[in-house]
Design a binder for this molecule. Structure first.
Ligand code: GCW
Length: 729
């Protein structure tokens, strides 16, 4: 008996050892998805012959140097030795070349010529081919930055063990991070430490981290970054800060990343250099022109300005009875000689709050009359949904509502409303849901992705090619950059979707998991399962069935559906869920605020009836009685309870799936995620219990059999305070 037991134990231990990937050495997450750990022997044997030497076919530039360095770093890590850089092409060379470097790529007889032309200025081609009589692997592009992107793509394929993509070009021109970082290094809605931009130390002292930040972004094709918060300060446009921004720009430039700044509309007035900020004042216009000239002297490839105006107390053109277009066009005129752009945010809800206007309608009402009135170098930047980065929102009706204006998508990568960096939520699925939404707008029904790709724009605007996606960054000074190891996946997914808005969230998750943890399917598959269920789990325990905006005041963490005392009605959770004796939900149909009319007629018709409204958006559009019969056969009240329980079960499921991965993942990262998952379960239970206790206090209904009552009375949940929560900026 004893012997059998020992034998069994030995077998078990052996199989565990076999299951443990060789890389299970502690990691801190700093390397992100660019870890380049040693490959299995067989994979090494496949890779080695493809990169015996590295050849740059032309003169080096800082960008191609970065590409070579990255290839050496990657190959050193994966194979244990880095190939030498050589000037001559041989069998087994990995060759980086543009047509300008290697004229044979440009000759009419070259089969690659047409392919390359189609890839534009940033695309790349990976190909096993013959060059000068030798068998080589070719990374080809039309520009140095294309070569850098190609090098990263080649490395990604090598790590994952995939066939390198044959050819790829970005579908959007601008792929931008928006940092909500303040000049004192606090970060508004940041949950990963302090800002990585050390404004005090700049410009003389630049952190090595800036290079790794640039590498990570370039590996995804991110090509611009707005350094400072949209709630901006005038000082950022003073000479001292322009010099600091220029120092950052110098570090990022070789990686194809342009620097942009958030501009405060009243800057000249606040700096006391004009006596108004009226966009039609010649003195103000001249001030901005001079300011733009000054910036471009320091940063010749400066991208332009991002502006939050007349929103949440920020100054703007409406302070002078001018329109958003007047304001945007004035700034656009200042940067246009330098080929700069203005990104003007549509996140406004300044008017009508006290007149019962639905906040969800305000941006559309204010911006659609301005369609066609913006200068050619202005983009209107629109959040994915009409309220504010909630765990689930229908797509913003402005997508499809401004056919003459280039629209820049704004996603929030940092998880202000999805559990900060303590809860695990993969946002790839959320971004994908918005991007794949069909706006049902002419000509033949465009998805949101197609709208931001410019497919609805008139020909001239389409030719100008102003298209883009921005993501509010979740990056900070934390060693692992994003606080939660899995929040790295949200940075990653944003970047990959900005390159190709039609890419699949699942495929992106597979790529990320394989690079971040292990390409071993026994790791990748369960990690991807966790990721794919995570966001819906958060929706279930926070805001199921289309509920929204029920979080705690100010810090936005945890449940507070009872809040009804804030200075603006549309800051109160009760404004959004409208729970009362008779039912719950926000009537946005014709019998309510008619926000539905802002969508294409086909959608408006479909959603006018709760029976044909997607269940997941039901209470976003409808106010329904508690005993409304759901498709599941439950009453609405029972369904709501069921969803909360599903959310809590889901959180526990995330945890148990992760715990099962313990033998396969290095102890440090496993433990850091495990600790957060424990807290997530508690957070899920809190949301469930507090919301049920509150809604029950409103409807007075009993809990159906099998539903566990909240363990504490409502007052207990109401009394919970979270002082000093992070992210207040
Ligand atoms: O609602 C919000 C956030 C603010 C943010 C604002 C915005 C930068 O809570 O912190 O301010 O959105 O997007 O401008």
């Amino acid at each position: 008996m004893h012997k059998i037991f020992i034998k069994l134990l030995a077998t078990l231990l052996l199989s565990l050892a076999a299951a443990t990937p060789a890389c299970a050495v502690d990691e801190d997450g700093y390397d992100l998805w660019l870890r380049y750990r040693p490959l299995e022997r067989a994979a090494q044997a496949r890779l080695q012959p493809q990169a015996r030497t590295l050849v740059l076919a032309g003169k080096p530039s800082p960008t191609t140097q970065a590409a070579l360095k990255e290839l050496q770093r990657g190959l050193q890590g994966m194979l244990g030795s880095a190939p030498a850089v050589s000037a001559t092409i041989q069998d087994g060379s990995l060759v980086l070349a543009t047509p300008a470097m290697l004229p044979e790529l440009a000759t009419a007889s070259s089969p690659l010529r047409a392919e390359l032309t189609a890839l534009g200025s940033e695309g790349y081609l990976l190909r096993k081919t013959r060059l000068q009589g030798h068998h080589v692997t070719l990374i080809a592009a039309n520009s140095d930055i294309g070569l850098l992107y190609g090098a990263f793509a080649w490395l990604r394929a090598a790590v994952i063990g995939a066939q390198p993509e044959a050819a790829s070009a970005p579908k959007l021109q601008l792929r931008l991070l928006n940092h909500w970082d303040n000049l004192d290094r606090t970060v508004e809605r940041g949950y990963a430490g302090a800002s990585i931009w050390d404004w005090w130390a700049l410009p003389d002292i630049t952190d090595r981290r800036y290079v790794d930040y640039a590498r990570a972004n370039a590996s995804l094709g991110i090509n611009g970054t707005v350094l400072n918060n949209v709630n901006s300060k005038p000082e950022v446009l003073t000479a001292a800060f322009i010099a600091k921004a220029a120092a950052v720009a110098d570090v990022l430039r070789p990686y194809g990343i342009k620097v942009y700044l958030s501009a405060r509309f009243s800057t000249p007035l606040e700096l006391k250099e004009t006596d108004t900020a009226d966009p039609l004042s010649p003195a103000v216009q001249a001030w901005w022109r001079n300011k733009a000239d000054e910036i471009y002297r320091a940063i010749p490839d400066f991208g332009g300005f991002l502006v939050k105006a007349n929103s949440e107390g920020q100054p703007g053109p409406q302070d002078y009875h001018r329109t958003h277009a007047d304001g945007a066009n004035m700034l656009a005129a200042a940067v246009v000689p330098h080929k700069g752009i203005v990104m003007w945010r549509a996140f406004v809800y300044a008017h009508g709050d006290d007149k019962g206007t639905d906040r969800a309608k305000q941006a559309y009402d204010e911006f659609t009359p301005l369609d066609g009135k913006f200068a050619a170098n202005v983009m209107v930047q629109v959040k994915n949904g009409a309220i504010d980065f909630q765990p689930r929102e229908p797509f913003h009706p402005l997508f499809g509502g401004m056919p003459k204006t280039p629209l820049l998508m704004e996603f929030q990568i940092t998880k202000e409303y999805l559990g900060f960096s303590t809860d695990l939520a993969y946002l790839g699925t959320m971004f994908e849901e918005t991007l794949h939404s069909d706006t049902k707008r002419a000509p033949q029904g465009l998805t949101v992705a197609q709208v931001i790709e410019g497919k609805a724009l008139p020909e001239a605007a389409r030719q100008a090619g102003l298209t883009g996606m921005a993501g509010v960054a979740n990056i900070g000074s934390d060693r692992n950059w994003t606080g939660h190891h899995f929040d790295q996946a949200n940075w990653y997914a944003f970047g990959r979707l900005a390159w190709d808005p039609q890419a699949s969230a699942r495929a992106i998750a597979v790529e990320w998991a394989a690079q971040t943890f292990s390409a071993d399917a026994r790791v990748t598959a369960p990690v991807v399962d966790i990721m794919m269920m995570s966001r819906e789990t958060v929706v279930d325990y926070m805001t199921p069935l289309g509920l929204h905006h029920m979080m705690g005041t100010g810090h936005h963490h945890g449940p507070a559906p009872w809040v009804d005392n804030l200075e603006r009605p549309d800051w109160n959770p009760v404004y959004y869920h409208r729970a009362a004796r008779d039912g719950i939900g926000f009537d946005r149909t014709a019998s309510g605020t008619n926000a539905l009319a802002q969508y294409a007629p086909e959608i408006a018709r479909q959603y006018a009836d709760p029976r044909t409204t997607p269940t997941q958006l039901l209470l976003w559009f409808h106010h329904l009685p508690w005993d409304y019969a759901m498709p599941s056969g439950r009453t609405l009240w029972a369904e709501l309870l069921h969803r909360y329980d599903t959310g809590v079960r889901g959180a526990r499921e995330l945890q148990s799936r992760w715990m099962a991965l313990r033998p396969m993942i290095d102890e440090r990262r496993h433990d850091e995620v495990a600790q957060r998952l424990r807290r997530q379960v508690a957070n899920a239970e809190l949301w469930r219990n507090a919301c049920i206790a509150y809604f029950q206090s409103i409807n007075g209904l009993p809990l159906p059999p099998g539903v566990t009552p909240p363990p504490k009375p409502l007052d207990y949940y109401k009394a919970i305070q979270v002082p000093y929560a992070p992210g207040r900026g």
